[in-house]
Design a protein around this ligand. Sequence first.
Ligand SMILES: [Zn+2]
Length: 431
Amino acid sequence: MARTALIMSDAFKAYNFGKQHPLKPERVLLTWELIKGLHLHENPNCVVMEPRLATEEELELFHDKEYINFVKKVSAALEKGPLPEDLEIGGLKYNLGPGDNPVFPKMHEGSSIVVGGTIVAVDAVYDGVVENAFQAGGGLHHAQADKASGFCIYNDSVIAIKHLLQKHPRENLKVLYIDVDAHHADGVQSAFYTDTDNVLTISLHESGKFLFPGTGFIEEKGIGIHEGYAVNIPLLPYTYDDLYLDIFDDVVPRIVKAFQPDLIVSQNGVDTHCTDPLAQLGLTTKGQREIFKHIHELAKKYCKGKLVAVGGGGYNIAVVPRSWTMLFADLLGVLDQLPATIPADLLQKLNAGRDTDLIPEYFIDPGPSDEIKMRMNDFKFLDEFELYGQEMRYRVNNQILPLIEKHEAARHAQIAPKTMVKKAEKSAKQK
Ligand SMILES: [Zn+2]
């Protein structure tokens, strides 16, 4: 069995909001160029997999038919020429048009292939074809059931998770979704918020007080059967590597242990970086590498390594390919074999045709930005952060974790007798 699937295809180029938009396909394409330039995809433990288009039935696992039909209509119209006025006005209802989500040719197809890529990854991992998978094009975590949001048309993670649960209805599957993008995973959270205890979502992000989409507060913890199964850890702007990892390590492993997932889907947005133009967190690529490693460790410890890592945000081209290549190398088990610096000829190839955002030769940043360095020496700032971190940790560990533990204990009490009956029946038959 190959260990790691790399979902890779030129078809992802179609997910393109245009030259002026920050979510550029190059973020994903350059990541693959770096992975290929280092020959990681030729490793005997790697298998390259093609995505497929998600079917409309699959898209409807989450999205409203009316919204999908509108996206299809816009795509078809743009094939013929400029968008007719009625569709331009009609798009406002679905958050399509001026602003974050401009319409583009092949919007339906380009979005469906992203979803299909994540479905292929989830199936391959759950079915044991591979242990883990990397789907850099995925992670469109803001898309809502009835509209686009935050550069996201269709929500690949939600659909792939719902697809898996639907495909294996009798197995009482438990999927953990963990999202370390700088923005709150609002679309994914909303998909499972009232309905299920089979999916637990964790989102660590810059607080909604400061950043889009303005949600993801600790009080948002799920409703009814899902109470405690939406975990939000809002972070202050300028949170740097050590502060982030302290909070992560104090809360996330306990939640995973209590939940005992069968599979983990992680969203690995790297707009947490201190140089990202769209967010204000303060991580370096070293901190990001540690976060990826810690999530992978949890998958190995609790669910036989079954991990589907999708991409997400990250708007500094100089950061994304380096961070995600380290993520992929970790999944493949060759992180410690990566060269300290990217070979000069490969670097030249990666940076060809660009004057700005040049990828540096190192994977690990020499340090954070000057602004973060300054704050790391500011005692008042550090005191505030320490206090804030303590409060977050206290609230998750004392107000949310017990809800999960109690619910899981009740689940086991329900399941255990059934399992015992089955075993008893089996042994009776054998006799
Ligand atoms: Zn983001």
